[in-house]
Design a protein around this ligand. Structure first.
Ligand code: CA
Length: 250
């Protein structure tokens, strides 16, 4: 059985009041206990009961901007419609690195490993104590904060230098004049050199899930980007076409 240790209270001195947690759990009792425990710690909670609702929230245009609205996702594995593993996989596939804490009724090692393999950060097996949940939540959010502060401020690849904060790109030492879409495309490529991106993935990531149009849009922007980056756009050395798959950097 789950236990709420109501007498337990952590010092809130290093708590940021704006930490936001998305709780995805279909068992009402557990969801309510988790929400209660995290609210008591000062977290701002959004709670949903199935995978589809979670997807709707995560794909809401208001939550699509660069600042992901949640600092942590507490995710049950067995969910109606879209299960926790698929949800986790999808978020990572979209390049979203929000900390994910999986809750699972299954205690087998393979489920744990599978959860961590699809990109979850931590794993709690039911039944768990609220004290443990709170402690893991705090640790995951703190770790993400530390990682975020050591992220490189400048991206470098070959003779390309990209300054994410300043929205500037230098090509062979000279300022390149990129449109916002071209900039975001290049930034995405530069965060994962040699990773192959399909046109659909690029549409999703740069134009957003609600974009109406076709993948030719991607090709057109790639052509423009090449004209600004490449010495010889017809023999690109940076943005490479991977036939049948898409594009990659380098
Ligand atoms: Ca469940």
């Amino acid at each position: 059985m789950l236990s709420i240790e109501s007498s337990f209270s952590l010092s809130q001195t290093d708590m940021q009041p704006t930490n936001r947690v998305l709780v995805v759990e279909d068992e009402d009792l557990i969801r309510e206990m988790v929400v209660l425990a995290l609210k008591e710690e000062g977290y701002q909670i959004t709670a949903v009961a199935d995978g589809n609702q979670a997807l709707t929230i995560l794909h809401d245009p208001d939550t699509q901007n660069a600042d992901f609205p949640f600092d942590l996702v507490v995710l049950d594995l067995m969910l109606p419609h879209v299960n926790g593993l698929d949800l986790c996989r999808l978020l990572r596939h979209q390049g979203n690195h929000v900390p994910i804490l999986i809750l699972s009724a299954k205690s087998s090692e393979t489920d744990r490993v599978l959860g961590l393999e699809v990109g979850a950060d931590d794993y709690l097996t039911k039944p768990f104590s609220m004290r443990e949940l709170v402690a893991r939540t705090r640790a995951l959010i703190r770790r993400a904060r530390l990682n975020a502060t050591v992220e490189p401020a400048v991206l470098q690849f070959g003779h390309l230098t990209l300054y994410p904060q300043e929205c500037r790109v230098l090509v062979r030492g000279e300022e390149a004049n990129l449109s916002p879409k071209e900039f975001r495309l290049l930034e995405l490529f530069m965060t994962s050199p040699r990773r192959v991106w399909s046109r659909e993935q690029l549409l999703d990531r740069i134009w957003g899930i609600d974009f109406v149009g076709d993948s030719k849009t991607v090709d057109v922007h790639i052509r423009w980007l090449r004209e600004k980056l490449e010495r010889d756009p017809s023999h690109p050395e940076y943005i490479i076409t991977v036939r049948g798959f898409g594009y990659r950097l380098g």
